[in-house]
Design a protein around this ligand. Structure first.
Ligand code: FES
Length: 321
């Protein structure tokens, strides 16, 4: 299944991967603020950095003049990161003002995101928080004195509720309130918790209990029966797309490689060769500078496979040869 992205999201993504002037993919050398969010193991990671024009007397009046990001490249992660940088640069914000940029503003800038991709906008807002925290440490700014408590990675101490994504009770509780999340699917869409094995959904102290703590218990009729196995939230039936013929699959893979994957690899002097396609298995190898890169396996698994899943068919698996 290919996601339904807005025209704005597609355009930002294409501009970024083709390195169009004015886009923000990259890293600032010796940045004034640097933050990361997510984990490569979980399949999402964003590195965000910014530069400020320093105020000679009052660091809280520093103004962000430049913002950059690096992320593993699904369409929405790149477009949301572009949106974040564009909003911040255009705003002429101090780092403290930049903290007011929310994930909803990122979604609005993109003219919407599919629900299942909202976590990409949350990831941007959290990497920004981490970068502002880093800036404050470097510039000797006491954030607490300015009424700022950051609720991102710093709260990720305490009991782990979702082991698949290593997310703790304090962190999930904070996000439930901050992002106004009222159901398990909403939690999963926003921060990914509960999006893998689902064992944390209705376990004691699990996601449903945290929702009940935040908003009050659900009506009894909506609760999982104690005698029946916990079941995931009801999912609306979806139509199953007709399978692609081998020729159609090959053409779509070729086009996705040319449009989305090759431009990113070429930026680092690399390339990719599709060696064979059998059913949904894509056999390929990285070439050029990417072939000997220590991160080749990760690039294939995360960037190449995820892009092909998004653009062509979610059943695709990439095999390195
Ligand atoms: S423990 Fe939460 S999805 Fe597996």
């Amino acid at each position: 299944m290919a996601w339904e992205y807005s025209e704005k999201t597609r355009q930002l993504f294409m501009d970024a991967v083709h390195g169009k002037p004015g886009t923000h993919m990259g890293e600032i050398e010796d940045p004034d603020g640097f933050g990361e969010h997510g984990s490569i193991v979980c399949g999402d990671a964003l590195r965000f950095s910014f530069r400020v024009k320093r105020h000679p007397a009052d660091p809280t009046q520093d103004v962000i003049t430049e913002a950059r990001y690096l992320t593993f490249g699904c369409t929405s992660a790149i477009a949301a990161s572009e949106a974040l940088c564009a909003i911040i640069e255009a705003g002429g914000f101090t780092p403290l003002q930049a903290l007011k940029v929310t994930n909803q503003e990122i979604v609005k800038y993109l003219d919407g995101l599919p629900n299942q991709k909202v976590h990409c906008s949350v990831m941007g807002a959290e990497a920004l928080e981490a970068a502002v925290f880093n800036w404050a440490q470097k510039r000797g700014v006491d954030l607490a004195k300015h009424g700022v408590t950051l609720g991102g990675e710093k709260d990720n101490d305490g009991r782990i509720v979702c082991t698949c994504f290593s997310l703790s009770e304090p962190y999930i509780k904070a996000k439930i309130r901050e992002l106004n999340l009222h159901s398990i699917p909403e939690i999963t869409n926003a921060i990914k918790a509960g999006g893998a094995c689902m064992s944390c959904h209705h376990a004691p102290g699990g996601l449903q209990d945290l929702l009940d703590d935040a908003w009050g218990p659900r009506p009894t009729s909506l609760k999982a029966s104690p005698t029946a196995p916990a079941s995931p939230e009801p999912v609306a039936p979806t139509s199953v797309p007709a399978p692609l013929s081998a020729w159609q699959l090959g053409k779509k893979v070729e086009k996705a490689v040319d449009d989305y994957i090759r431009p990113i690899l070429k930026k680092d002097g690399g390339d990719i060769e599709i060696v064979d396609i059998k059913d949904a298995l894509i056999y390929c190898r990285l070439k050029g500078a990417c072939a000997g890169c220590a991160g080749a396996a990760t690039t294939l698994k995360l960037m190449v496979e995820r892009t092909l899943k998004e653009q062509v068919d979610e059943r695709i698996r990439v095999i390195a040869v």
